[in-house]
Design a binder for this molecule. Structure first.
Ligand code: GUN
Length: 293
């Protein structure tokens, strides 16, 4: 069994981005600029946004954090999005999700100019990704593919089973794994909470991507010997011995599943660190106008 070290790969990618940013600056060109909007004080969101801002600093990007209280109206948030859409200095921006219930996430996502949508959540980017056109690919799926690539894991003709059908992970990663490309060229099955014969299907998987958000859901008896396991879960489970009072827990029963597989991502330190890299990569592409003019 080989552990897929997402933290090490993410550090390597950040260095590659930092090198490119240094070259951009040396040529006197514009520094890539990411803006992040956060609404309210959700603990998870505040941590993720802090990591995103810090990562921008590490690679030499300019970043702007815009904070709103949870009682901001949808109209006010949409007005801020309009300002960022028109701000020529901002190459890309994201609105951290989830949003308070009185604000429509879909309306917010669709209000973002798709050319600045470095989260890759806008239907234009989702659609372009799914038909294989240049696009901003959403961060977690892009991070998963990058890990498969950097570990030289064979995907062609393999059976890839995705558990979870979210718009952010399950659907896009399934769509990417079936593309005529590497990583990709896999036969893909998507399972979800209504799948009747889940174990029967997961036992056929050469590559298993668990993205359902249920701690330790995937047990050893659901996994074929030698499978590649990608764990996307990041549930905060209460933990008395941890300083923060919780422990990030994946969707895979790691202890019992790991001995059976060829490769596995740990939680934390697997897919998680890669998602920020994907966001940085998209921002770099936005700054270079490499996807859209
Ligand atoms: N909330 C959890 N993951 C993400 C993400 O990738 N982007 C945004 N905007 N919000 C999130």
């Amino acid at each position: 069994m080989q552990l897929i070290d997402g933290k090490a790969i993410a550090d390597q990618i950040k260095q590659e981005i930092a090198q490119e940013v240094a070259e951009i600056k040396a040529r006197g060109e514009k520094t890539p600029h990411l803006a992040v909007i956060i609404v309210g004080h959700d603990g998870g969101s505040e941590t993720y946004v802090a990591h995103k801002v810090k990562s921008c600093e590490q690679v030499g990007f300019k970043s702007t954090k815009i904070c709103f209280e949870a009682d901001i109206t949808e109209e006010q948030l949409l007005a801020q999005i309009d300002i960022l859409n028109k701000d020529e200095d901002v190459d890309g921006f994201i609105v951290q999700l989830p949003l308070p219930k009185h604000i429509s996430e879909q309306k917010v996502i669709e209000a973002i100019d798709y050319r600045k949508d470095v989260d890759g959540f806008h239907p234009i980017n989702v659609g372009r990704t799914s038909i294989g056109l240049p696009s901003f690919v959403s961060a977690t799926p892009a991070g998963i593919l990058e890990l498969l690539k950097r570990y030289d894991i064979d995907t062609k003709g393999k059976h890839c089973v995705v558990i979870g059908r979210s718009n952010i992970v399950g659907k896009p990663v399934a769509s990417l794994m079936m593309q005529k490309a590497y990583p990709g060229d896999a036969t893909v099955t998507i399972c979800h909470s209504r799948t009747a014969n889940l174990k029967e299907i997961t036992l056929q998987a050469d590559i298993l991507i668990a993205a359902l958000g249920s701690p330790k859901f995937l047990k050893a008896d659901m996994v074929k010997d030698g499978a590649v396991i990608i764990d996307v879960g990041t549930t905060r489970v209460p933990c008395e011995t941890s300083k923060t009072g919780f422990k990030l827990t994946g969707d895979v029963d790691f202890e019992n599943v790991a001995p059976k597989c060829s490769y596995i991502t740990p939680v934390p330190g697997g897919v998680g660190p890669m998602t920020i890299c994907s966001l940085l990569k998209n921002t770099l592409l936005a700054g270079k106008k490499a996807i859209y003019k």
